[in-house]
Design a protein around this ligand. Structure first.
Ligand code: NDP
Length: 332
């Protein structure tokens, strides 16, 4: 139900994109930098000039997820400029220990996207029985390698490895996941830091959808170090009133119903039904859960029951396609 058209004035055609959606209400807008974002073939944008800034629209939820495409396009343009102006090729090293199937998929997707935007990708796949000393030695080499600008150790690590020790061995300046204790502390104190990419992607979508988040009631379900806690910090940084809910929260349904912004990062398939969602709320579903349908087919679902929640939500991200691709775009 969405179509795109260029403005008739040729002078504006390379700068303005117009978009007509069937429903005006469930679109998310993102900042469009005309100088850095070449148009993506097949993508549908809209842009309007607002307060002197170019804005571009795209959809979340049942709508088409373009966000990541726009960011990836920006990223590719930045990488090309770094190459042209400075002869520099940004390099991302991804370390995977063991053969966890989900981790293999994530690492593969990250490597593919890294190459797609013109960066160098260094994949280090280590055996499940790799010792801590071997892993720390590899991190030391990557820290010292000038061709490597970002280092990511895919979590979870096998249980014999101490994740905290390993993550804190990464040079904080190369800690693209933002999990190093220095970056966690900087984020917690509102200072410039490497920010974990999943919550950052969520925040970007929320900011663009709502503009200011100040004073909004935000509920984050899940308190992990990689999603729930940094998400709460970022929302607090944007002056939301934040509640972090978890497995011991007494009345989770009532807590969720208070939310103007509901972020689900639990890891339980479709745990949050539509009647926990306040009408008009913005729902960000971080969960990625693999289930088998009654017909025996494998399917990915989020932590939110999408069909019932989409009926009441003002906007909602889909799984797959919502937060997942944004995470990779933000990582790059
Ligand atoms: P964790 O398992 O580390 O944390 C889950 C959190 O959910 C915990 O804080 C836990 O509470 C809480 N929880 C569990 N059960 C309930 C319950 N019944 N009621 C309320 N809270 C509950 O998961 P992650 O944060 O690492 O990941 C969460 C989800 O997000 C997963 O599906 C994961 O695959 C997905 N994910 C998606 C990413 C993306 O790119 N889109 C990136 C990272 C994760 P407690 O602390 O009390 O145990």
């Amino acid at each position: 139900p969405i179509s795109a058209e260029l403005p008739s004035d040729p002078g504006l055609q390379d700068r303005f994109w117009y978009w007509h959606g069937a429903s005006g209400r469930k679109y998310i807008h993102s900042v469009y930098e005309p100088d850095c974002c070449p148009p993506l073939p097949g993508a549908i944008y809209v842009a309007v000039r607002r307060k002197g800034k170019m804005r571009i629209a795209m959809a979340v939820g049942r709508f088409t997820p373009f966000w990541d495409g726009v960011l990836m396009s920006c990223e590719a343009a930045h990488v090309a400029r770094l190459k042209a102006d400075h002869g520099l090729v940004p390099g991302l090293a991804v370390v995977l220990v063991g053969e966890d199937p989900a981790s293999q998929v994530y690492v593969g997707a990250k490597g593919k996207s890294t190459v797609e935007v013109g960066m160098a990708s260094f994949e280090h796949k280590l055996a499940a029985d790799t010792s801590e000393a071997e892993l720390l030695a590899l991190i030391g080499r990557l820290n010292a390698d000038p061709a490597v600008h970002g280092i990511l150790v895919q979590l979870p690590l096998p249980s014999h490895l101490n994740s905290d020790l390993v993550i804190n061995a990464i040079d904080p300046a190369k800690d693209v996941d933002g999990f190093h204790i220095s970056n966690v502390g900087l984020l917690g104190t509102g200072q410039k830091s490497m920010v974990p990419c999943t919550p950052l992607g969520c925040l970007m979508m929320l900011r663009d959808h709502h503009g200011s988040l100040a004073g909004m009631e935000a509920v984050v379900v899940g308190r992990s170090n990689i999603v729930g806690k940094p998400m709460a910090q970022l929302l607090l940084g944007d002056s939301c009133t934040v509640t972090i809910a978890h497995s011991k929260t007494r009345d989770l349904a009532a807590t969720c119903r208070r939310a103007d912004i509901l972020v689900a990062a639990v890891g339980r398939p479709e745990m949050i039904p539509g009647d926990w969602v306040r009408p008009g709320a913005t729902v960000i579903d971080v969960g990625i859960n693999r289930i088998t349908t009654p017909e025996g087919k494998a399917k990915l679902v989020g932590d939110v029951h999408f069909d019932s929640a989409a009926k009441v939500a003002g906007a909602i991200t889909p799984v797959p396609g919502g937060v997942g691709p944004m995470t990779i775009a933000c990582l790059l």
